[in-house]
Design a protein around this ligand. Structure first.
Ligand code: PMP
Length: 371
């Protein structure tokens, strides 16, 4: 018997506002085809694996010392990458990294949210945003998208003017729906904001549109752009998220970050992975093409497919026996394909996999979607 197994959550002096909540997380199941967490399906290329192994081996020799608290070498490499990717000249002081962009977002809420403060996001969107708000005791206010899940910029401007959130989240491309917002519309929304504007660009490499990094020059006093190596860089297990912002924003985050939050091993591995950025990012084009292929094939099967600029697709149109999307989800799982039930009635989200995985997904889709 496990010591303490008789103790339940109800027995603990847990904060009242956390009672009854569920932890974030999709089921981690062993299945032949896992298309449920928006990972990159291609393992890192062998040269990258070698570089990471060599770099972490070297870092292992100094594990008796704390890491560089301000991870300057990594920030400088991220600044160089982002400068190349966006054409906007960024300095080391403009970058900040943490263990996944989830931690970046949490640090932002620790510094700019909190009790008595309000965060706002346009739902459906990334469900960690309200969970991070709850953890930092920031009030969460959901605002609507259009029925087709696109963001109505004029309506967004109105809601931002009226509610004056301390922290505004705009996810583009949006998870789980896939659409991006135009830069001029984003700019209008950001200009209407009186608080911090967090643009979550976790999937931006899969879109062909420009980055909100282009808005940092005019809007640096309120804008931060959050990114991650989890998706395009095939580095989800490495846990490395980052943001670009004015240096003062980063000074603010230093007030709340745990000292030495990024281990020597993480810093070394991420730096090594970044040296191979061109190889990893070359596969992004393949994934974008596969996304468009899946979207067209699903439409052929009479599915309703939401246009996506990310590495996943939200789709519906299931027949009566699967009218409840969870029944459709189970039918996929029974066939060895794990997709995501994101809680939107009648719809499921599928992550773009390898061409073979996508073929299998489409094969199963033909039976799940058949009347
Ligand atoms: N933002 C969005 C919109 C996401 O979908 C995700 C991952 N699901 C994240 C941030 C966080 O990813 P990570 O912590 O791995 O960087």
């Amino acid at each position: 018997d496990v010591i303490g197994a008789g103790v339940t959550l109800d027995d603990l002096p847990l904060r009242d506002d956390l009672r009854g909540r569920s932890p974030y997380g999709a089921p981690q199941l062993e299945v032949p085809v896992a298309l449920n967490t928006n990972e990159n399906p291609f393992p890192p290329p062998p040269a990258l694996v070698e570089s990471v192994a060599a770099a972490t081996r070297e870092a292992a020799a100094t594990l008796h010392r704390y890491p560089d608290r301000d991870h300057v070498a990594l920030r400088s490499a991220l600044a160089a990458y982002l400068t190349r990717a966006t054409g906007v000249r960024l300095a080391t002081e403009n970058l900040w990294a943490a263990n996944g962009s989830n931690e970046v977002l949490q640090q932002l809420l620790q510094a700019f949210g909190g009790p008595g403060r309000l965060a706002l996001g346009f739902e459906p969107s990334y469900s960690m945003h309200p969970i991070l708000a709850a953890g930092t005791r920031t009030e969460w206010l959901p605002a609507p998208r259009r029925d087709d899940f696109s963001l109505d910029a004029a309506q967004a401007v109105d809601v931002v003017r009226e509610k004056r959130p301390d922290v505004l989240f705009v996810t583009t491309p949006n998870n789980p729906t896939g659409q991006s917002i135009d830069l001029d519309e984003l700019r209008a929304i950001a200009e209407a904001a009186t608080g911090l504007v967090v643009v979550d660009e976790a999937y931006v490499e899969f879109s062909s549109g420009p980055s909100a990094v282009e808005l940092l020059e005019p809007l640096g006093h309120k804008l931060v752009v959050s990114r991650t190596m989890s998706k395009a860089f095939a580095f989800a297990g490495g846990r490395l998220g980052y943001l670009a912002a004015a240096p003062a924003m980063i000074e603010a985050l230093m007030l709340v970050r745990l000292p030495y939050h990024l281990s020597s091993l993480t810093q070394a591995a991420a730096l090594a992975a970044l040296e191979h950025a061109d190889d990893t990012l070359a596969l992004v084009a393949t994934l974008s093409r596969e996304r468009d292929r899946i979207a067209a094939a699903l439409a052929e099967l009479a599915a309703h497919v939401v246009p996506s600029t990310a590495n996943f697709l939200l789709y519906g149109g299931f027949p009566a026996r699967h009218a409840d999307a969870h029944a459709a989800w189970q039918a996929y799982l029974d066939a060895g394909v794990l997709v995501r039930d994101v809680g939107i009635p009648g719809m499921l989200r599928v992550t773009v996999g390898t061409p073979e995985e996508n073929d299998r997904f489409l094969e199963v889709s033909a039976t799940v979607l058949a009347a």
